[in-house]
Design a protein around this ligand. Structure first.
Ligand code: ATP
Ligand code: MG
Length: 438
């Protein structure tokens, strides 16, 4: 506190937390544009918004994300609540939170629920391009639907979103994890195979060999790629039902014009996953090319103490999507105001400000000129700011016009400099002529 006294000298500057970013204008316009597209899309698929807390009991992720995952092993921001010692964690993902909420509020009592969320997640990773410690995910969870058509539907959501955003060069990979019994048989074969080649396993793989051999398949270690490529494939262990489930998903995607490839090494190492797993991937973002990953997790409700409930969903990294978008299309998404209000002097504010309020109520986007504390500035400098704002019109509240109850509307964009007078007591009649937005 004493640091705030003038005699303490210049205060030191505080920086944000490493790996956690400020999202500033004009970039934030791209975020809002994206969020608008998402809301519009979700309503067309009848998915509804869910918002769960950012902080959850640590045990939720230990169970729901999985003890042997990178997230739980090393990436969680966990702390003991200072007041009661409760073990808490900043959510590293939102699926466990959504399922917890669904169980707690019995959301699926009258049938399936289609849910989506957007928000920040936290993982203690090494910050690099496309990998941050606070990052944002969009995700959907379809709860209470066992059929393959919902697997296809959630994948179509991603495909359609990318299409409507104008993203190019994103490929879809999918695989099936079958059901637990099928994975058991595959697991035994996998352990036998890796044990035979134990000298080729890295430290992570050796540790996971008996705890979670499936996870070895998605190792990023280049030295292990050949070994992993030749490993027994889960696809060869699928029974008829699982095979049919996968083929239905593939058929529906194809019918909707979505190209896909099977990647037999695409896995989720946890027992509550079943059937479909998938990723949407780009090669244009370097190493962090997975934009979206998801799958069916029919076993998770039970693992978290709920009734058996089929479920399928995905999570998407918004930073990665927006970075790809920005590299593919450079158009400025900052919305320009319709009009910029040029104000001669402080004395006129009492008349002008209510007029601006009325224009905004009528749907016009108006940027008000604001002074520096020493008056409003010259008309010339105000017109410069009006041009820079990108507004289509300047509203000039000159003294003479104001005295007659009028304002000059001057066109800024078409080069004509055309201007006209409008009546301040008939705003509703001319406000629509200022609006450029739908
Ligand atoms: P990765 O293999 O890249 O670490 P992951 O398997 O940990 O990804 P998921 O838990 O499936 O990722 O999360 C879904 C999506 O969230 C990822 O496909 C990615 O787009 C994004 N994502 C994950 N971690 C980060 C991060 N630290 N920073 C930015 N985006 C991330
Ligand atoms: Mg990760």
């Amino acid at each position: 506190m004493a640091d705030n006294t003038p005699t303490a000298g210049k205060a030191s500057r505080l920086a944000g937390v490493k790996g956690m970013n400020d999202i500033l204008p004009p970039d934030s316009a791209r975020w809002e544009w994206f969020e608008d597209k998402v809301r519009n899309l979700m309503s067309r698929y009848a998915f509804r918004n869910i918002r769960t807390p950012i902080v959850e009991p640590t045990a939720l992720f230990v169970r729901g994300t999985g003890q042997t995952t990178d997230i739980v092993e090393k990436e969680m921001y966990s702390f003991a609540d200072r007041l009661n010692g409760e073990e808490l964690t900043l959510r590293p993902e939102n699926t466990p939170g959504v399922v917890r909420a669904a169980i707690e509020h019995n959301l699926t009592y009258d049938g399936g629920k289609r849910l989506y969320y957007m928000g920040p997640m936290f993982r203690h990773e090494r910050p690099q391009r496309g990998r941050y410690r606070q990052f944002y995910q969009l995700g959907v969870e379809a709860l209470g639907f066992a059929g393959p058509e919902m697997d296809a539907e959630v994948m179509l959501l991603v495909h359609t979103l990318f299409q409507e955003l104008g993203l190019r060069n994103v490929r879809v990979e999918l695989n099936s994890l079958g059901v637990p019994a099928e994975r058991q048989a595959h697991r035994a074969a996998l352990i036998e195979y890796f044990e035979k080649h134990a000298e080729l396993l890295d430290e992570d793989a050796r540790r996971r060999l008996h705890a979670n051999p499936l996870r070895i398949l998605d190792t990023k270690n280049p030295a292990m790629q050949d070994l992993v490529r030749a490993a027994p494939q889960l696809l060869d262990y699928l029974g008829d039902d699982s095979r049919r489930h996968l083929e239905t998903v593939q058929g529906l995607l194809t019918a909707c014009g979505v190209a896909w490839t099977v990647n037999p090494r695409l896995v989720r190492g946890l027992d509550y996953y079943s059937h479909t797993v998938f990723e949407f991937i780009t090669d244009e973002l370097g190493a962090q090319g997975t934009l979206c990953g998801g799958g069916r997790y029919d076993g998770l409700f039970e693992l978290l103490g709920g009734k058996p409930t089929a479920a399928v969903g995905w999570g998407m990294g918004i930073e990665r999507v927006l970075e790809l978008l920005q590299s593919q299309q450079t158009q400025d998404l900052t919305p320009a105001p319709d009009a910029y209000a040029v104000i001669p002097d402080a004395a006129s504010l009492a008349v002008v400000v209510p007029v601006l309020q009325a224009l905004r109520a009528a749907g016009v986007a108006v940027q008000m000129h604001a002074g520096t504390g020493e008056g409003m500035g010259s008309f010339k400098s105000q017109f410069k700011k009006a041009d820079a704002s990108g507004a289509a019109f300047a509203l000039v509240f000159g003294g003479d016009e104001l005295a007659r109850g009028e304002v000059t509307v001057k066109s800024l964009r078409d080069g004509s400099g055309a201007q006209r007078l409008e009546c301040l007591d008939a705003i509703a009649s001319w406000a629509p002529t200022l609006q450029s937005r739908a």
